[in-house]
Ligand binder design. Structure first.
Ligand code: GFB
Length: 318
């Protein structure tokens, strides 16, 4: 991977999706850079609305764009809100990438997802396995929308010479996550379920699926740091995976979360719920060569995530 220095200093930097977990982490990380951070609220500009996006870009003309806006959710949300996941995510990618092109943004980073790789691709997942086999059915609409975004960035680079890059983060967690009991990802779901079981004294907590799938989890502030590093150092059509290079079985992971939360009851598995992809571990050798490595251990990250969850849910006494 060739490195290509890019100066962020003094630039106007737009984070699309700054209210989400990923965009908020990017905004936190960019606060440590000498940049002019630009954001816009959804009530003012709906990123699915082409006219609103084009109009806002023409007025604001950000020099750098982190495209972290997306409709996201866990396995159940992906599998049930299938139309919303494909429509919203294609619309957001198409509108923002094209607006960045029309307004001559100097650089854009598109954030994809590890679910773009084929369900049964060899592990760890190399970037060049995209589009080599069928996708995991539960998140196919989301993955297709993310692949469309990647291919747009690649096509604009090819036809117009745009400096648009794509990165593929692994499963993320941390402050600002969505803790909805059904629609969330596994980390937020289990933090909440174990916490509530601890408070109520419940004797059993149910974890979805068989417990055998393996997942790689990255603390969201590490991901934001990797994105800023790649924005400053990488330019190319090749995708770059962002992960830790380590994975864990969901059953073992559930025990780790229970321990951190302080839940001491039983854990059972509901195999009527889908497992999804059997394993999702990213090959992070490209990222490693580009000079970045994750620094937050799973244990430390989960402790921070649990603290953030408690801070967000505990209502102070009057
Ligand atoms: O986090 P999660 O929904 O994402 O599920 P995916 C990961 C694994 O945890 C699956 C299991 O095997 C789930 O069956 N799991 C166990 C649970 N208990 C729970 C629970 O209470 N809630 C949830 N949500 N899972 C998503 C994709 O897949 O990952 C998206 O659908 C996206 O497209 C995202 O790529 C990062 O890794 O299965």
């Amino acid at each position: 991977m060739a490195s290509a220095p890019f100066e962020l200093k003094g630039k106007s930097v737009y984070v699309a999706g700054h209210r989400g977990m990923v965009g908020a982490a990017l905004a936190r990380r960019l606060a440590r850079e000498d940049v002019k951070l630009v954001t816009v609220e959804r009530r003012d500009v709906d990123l699915c609305n082409q006219a609103a996006v084009f109009d806002w870009f023409a007025r604001v003309r950000p020099q750098v764009v982190f495209l972290a806006a997306a409709k996201v959710g866990g396995i159940f949300a992906n599998n049930t809100l299938r139309a919303e996941f494909i429509y919203d995510n294609i619309a957001i990618a198409a509108n923002v990438i094209h607006a960045a092109h029309l307004n001559r943004a100097e650089k854009l980073m598109f954030l994809g997802s590890s679910c773009i790789y084929p369900k049964l691709a060899p592990q760890p997942l190399r970037e060049d396995t995209v589009l080599t086999g069928p996708l995991e059915p539960t998140n196919e609409p989301y993955a297709i929308a993310k692949i469309a975004g990647i291919k747009m960035a690649e096509a604009y680079r090819g036809q117009y010479g745009s400096d648009f890059i794509s990165v593929m983060p692994t499963n993320l967690y941390g402050p600002g996550d969505n803790y909805h009991p059904e629609l969330s990802h596994v980390v937020a779901a289990l933090i909440r379920r174990f916490h509530e079981a601890k408070l109520s004294g419940a004797k059993n907590v149910v974890v979805w699926g068989t417990g055998t799938p393996r997942r790689e989890f990255l603390y969201v502030d590490d991901m934001a740091d990797a994105c800023v590093h790649l924005m400053k150092t990488y330019s190319g059509a090749d995708l770059i995976n962002i992960g830790t290079g380590e994975d864990i079985a969901i059953a073992e992971f559930a025990h780790v979360v229970a321990e951190i939360v302080g839940y001491r009851g039983e854990i059972s598995f509901d195999s009527s719920r889908p497992d999804g992809t059997p394993r999702k571990l990213l090959d992070v050798s490209r990222l490693d060569k580009l000079g970045w490595r994750a620094t937050t251990s799973l244990h430390d990250g989960l402790k921070k995530a649990y603290a953030a969850y408690q801070a967000a849910t505990i209502v102070p006494a009057q």
